[in-house]
Design a protein. Structure first.
Lengths: 439, 329
């Protein structure tokens, strides 16, 4: 796959951190992360100013990302409530300034400009959809405002963006996909047919999984790309080779219910193993009519929607704070299903911002570069109240985090955990070193 | 020499012609826009740069819709033709902005000439549908060739690559003035066009196509040229957007971006040179302000459009022309 243009790197112009400074910043960041997990300590953080830390929240309130946006919003506000109740950041409360980007890259860029030049926000945060990230990141870089995305796109780690754009709170799609291959090859089968939408998100899955399954001794024997305008899928199922052992699907959008229903009608009771990404069914009730066919199939989840038998105390507290019940739905409306596999990224990112600001002694917009350097110096983030999804390993050079991934199986219309990947399963060689770019 | 003798020998001052009045007015607007960059706060400074680029797109649309009477629902494909015509050579061939901008311009001419040639075999509602379908085909083509276009995600044109003739177009002042140059060129071109013989034939086609044909004008040729000029101006705006704001993506080829220039032109005043700018400005700030307190901001925009259509059917500038400034082009 042809990559998009790479940034111009200016190693000689980059103000490098010395080894000692790096160590100190890393230690400070780790201490700050620890403090986040210890509420009482956080309350006594030294107050430097009563002025709130202004965080511009670029939220998909309308457009195709609205369902995600609603839950990103709730998660963000829950995290802010928690952080503020524990003393804020350096003693200063967080103030969220939310602007709807309409899930549109043009409006996204305008919103980032608004944060930087009108609201004078300390940073911008929270974008999910990749095309909005791509559209907004150049403006964030030009306006020199830190831009913390929660997108799972490979855009940050690919080197396509800039030093001001970071993704420390959620693993990217490349990691997610490659981490699935060992489980699929060992447990479901080695001959895989992929069904994916014929646009960038689907192409990422196609390319990354094809390479990953081959590394496991398997093979993608058929790749079925479905145009995004398609509303019926019956004509595609006969293309699935008869010797297929696993169907890997990653359909998104409202047509996914039709897709599953028609796939069930096509295969009946004799079907190959089926593995999918929960992106297809985020914010969708698994007991919806037509989804019965998914019984016994497997899903990737960034964070298990259903509370598991081995649920951590951190997940329990996080779930309660956001207002999600044990089935992954809103505590106030059981039909309002969350986007649980992704939204933890908002919670974790805000805690990383807090840790970064406290490590760098952040006092105002003049310290934005120091904040980025402090986050770049972070490495291991332990499973904690700040990181309820699991432990993370942040790569400061690529501005991308890596974390555990979860594979669940549909049993009686709920998703039960069957496998947790290691962080090592998600790692891949660096494709960029943003620290070599100047501020 | 008496006073009466002096007056008698002095030639009487000629009143300004309507054409000159209109010209001075629009040149004055360009001057005001130039001066505004020195007083506007940073946020509005950036907004106005973006509005001028989008208004150039709307001015292109106005040539076809406002002056020739052809309603296209597919102008996003022209905008995208310029955007990708410029962006792809920069991303994959390492072209500098100067030749890339020419490539975007040429892409606009080629795409609009081809689409115009085919779509003008229809008229009225059929023309709307055919342009809509062509635009949808263009959108899907961008997705299909995702390996090069990065499909719906699009791609970034890096800051360091956006230096044209020594000017870093990512810098606010350079971006603003580049947008102003594009806007001024499009505005002056529109004024020259509508005052030209060719432009008058376009307006005649809008008013009564059959009569224009009966008078011996080649209606089809004039309409085709109108599509080419309109599409190429839209393409230039698309190329400028990518160059000034560093991003090219398939969203700009979607049907939504074909509807936007129609709304901007309707709001501002179809068939007025200034209408597209006023419409774009009005819509931009309507959405920007209303989105601060409701997620139903497009409903507000729709309501504003309905009210304007009911009470100011000629649009804001059209109404101004009807009531106060009859000489406005």
């Amino acid at each position: 796959m042809t990559k998009t243009s790479k940034p111009i790197l200016k190693p000689l112009l980059t103000p490098r951190l010395t080894g000692r400074r790096q160590v100190l910043k890393g230690a400070a960041a780790s201490l700050a992360l620890g403090a986040v997990s210890m509420p009482l300590m956080g309350r006594y953080a030294q107050t430097q100013s009563a002025e709130p830390i202004k965080i511009g929240f670029q939220v998909h309130r309308t457009g195709i990302g609205a369902a995600y946006g609603r839950w990103y919003d709730r998660t963000t506000m829950a995290a802010v409530d928690k952080i503020n109740s524990e003393g804020g950041i350096n003693g200063r409360p967080i103030e969220i300034i939310a602007e709807d980007d309409g899930t549109d890259p043009k409006r996204g860029a305008e919103v980032v400009e608004k944060f930087a030049t009108q609201h004078n926000a300390d940073l911008a945060f929270g974008t999910l959809f990749s095309h909005v990230v791509y559209g907004s990141a150049p403006r964030a870089g030009e306006l020199k405002i830190p831009y913390f995305v929660v997108s799972e796109g490979h855009h940050v780690a690919s080197g396509a963006l800039n030093r001001y754009t970071l993704q420390p709170g959620i693993t990217d799609v490349k990691s997610q996909v490659q981490a699935m291959a060992p489980f699929v090859a060992d447990n479901l089968g080695k001959k895989v047919t992929m069904v994916y939408p014929d646009f960038a998100f689907g192409h990422d899955h196609r390319d990354y999984f094809s390479a990953a399954i081959e590394a496991q001794g398997g093979k993608v024997i058929e790749k079925i790309a479905i145009p995004p305008t398609e509303t019926s899928f019956t004509k595609y199922f006969p293309k699935i080779p008869r010797d297929t052992e696993v169907i890997y699907h990653v359909m998104v959008g409202p047509a996914v219910l039709t897709f599953v229903k028609e796939m069930g009608e096509f295969f009946g009771s004799s079907r190959p193993e089926i593995f999918g990404f929960i992106d297809s069914l985020e914010a969708t009730d698994l007991s919806s009519p037509g989804l019965e066919f998914l019984e016994g199939t497997y899903f990737w989840e960034g964070n298990p929607r259903y509370a598991q038998a081995n649920q951590s105390e951190y997940d329990k507290a996080y779930r309660a704070a956001v207002g999600v019940d044990a089935n992954g739905a809103s505590v106030s409306d059981t039909k309002d299903v969350s986007t649980y596999a992704h939204m933890f990224g908002c919670w974790e990112t805000l805690h990383i911002v807090k840790a970064g600001m406290e490590a760098s002694g952040y006092s105002g917009t003049g310290d934005r570069a120091k904040l980025i350097e402090a986050v770049e110096a972070m490495t291991d983030m332990p499973h904690s109240h700040a990181h309820p999804q699991g432990a993370k390993r942040f790569n400061g050079k690529t501005h991308q985090t890596f974390g555990h991934q979860y594979i669940t199986r549909v049993n009686n219309s709920r998703l039960d955990l069957v496998h947790t990947t290691s962080i090592e399963d998600t790692l891949y060689p660096d494709e960029v070193d943003y620290t070599k770019q100047s501020f | 020499m008496s006073v009466s003798e002096t007056n008698a020998t002095r030639p009487a001052a000629k009143p300004l012609t309507n054409v000159k009045k209109s010209l001075y007015f629009h040149v004055g607007l360009i001057g005001v826009l130039f001066l505004l960059q020195f007083i506007l706060p940073a946020y509005h400074h950036g907004n106005l740069a973006r509005i001028m680029v989008l208004a150039s797109y709307a001015m292109g649309y106005n040539i076809l819709f406002g002056y020739t009477g052809l309603l296209s629902l597919g102008h996003a494909m022209f905008f995208a033709a310029g955007m990708y015509g410029m962006g792809l050579p920069m991303a994959h061939l390492g072209w500098t902005p100067e030749p890339a901008l020419v490539a975007g311009f040429v892409a606009g001419i080629v795409v609009s000439a081809s689409i115009g040639f085919l779509a003008l075999r229809t008229s009225g509602v059929s023309f709307m549908i055919v342009t809509l379908m062509f635009a949808q085909a263009g959108f899907l083509t961008i997705l299909y060739f995702g390996e090069w276009t990065r499909g719906d995600e699009g791609f970034v044109i890096q800051q360091a690559e956006r230096v044209m003739a020594g000017f870093d177009l990512s810098q606010p002042a350079n971006r603003y003035n580049a947008a102003l140059i594009l806007f001024s060129l499009c505005l002056i071109f529109t004024l020259k066009l509508v005052h030209s013989r060719f432009g008058r034939v376009m307006i005649a086609i809008r008013e009564n196509e059959e009569r224009t044909q009966m008078l011996g004008y080649d209606v089809h040729f004039h309409k085709w040229m109108a599509v080419i000029m309109s599409g190429t101006m839209a393409a230039l705006a698309g190329a400028a957007y990518a160059l000034l704001f560093g991003y090219a993506g398939a969203t700009f080829a979607s049907v939504q971006y074909s509807i936007f220039p129609l709304l901007w032109v309707l709001l501002g005043g179809a068939g007025t040179a200034l209408g597209p700018f006023i419409g774009t400005l009005f819509m931009f700030y309507l959405i920007d302000l209303s989105s601060s307190f409701t997620t139903a901001y497009m409903l507000i925009a729709g309501l504003a459009l309905v009210l304007l259509t009911l009470f100011l059917p000629q649009g804001l500038v059209g109404e101004l022309r009807r009531r106060v400034m009859p000489w406005l082009t």
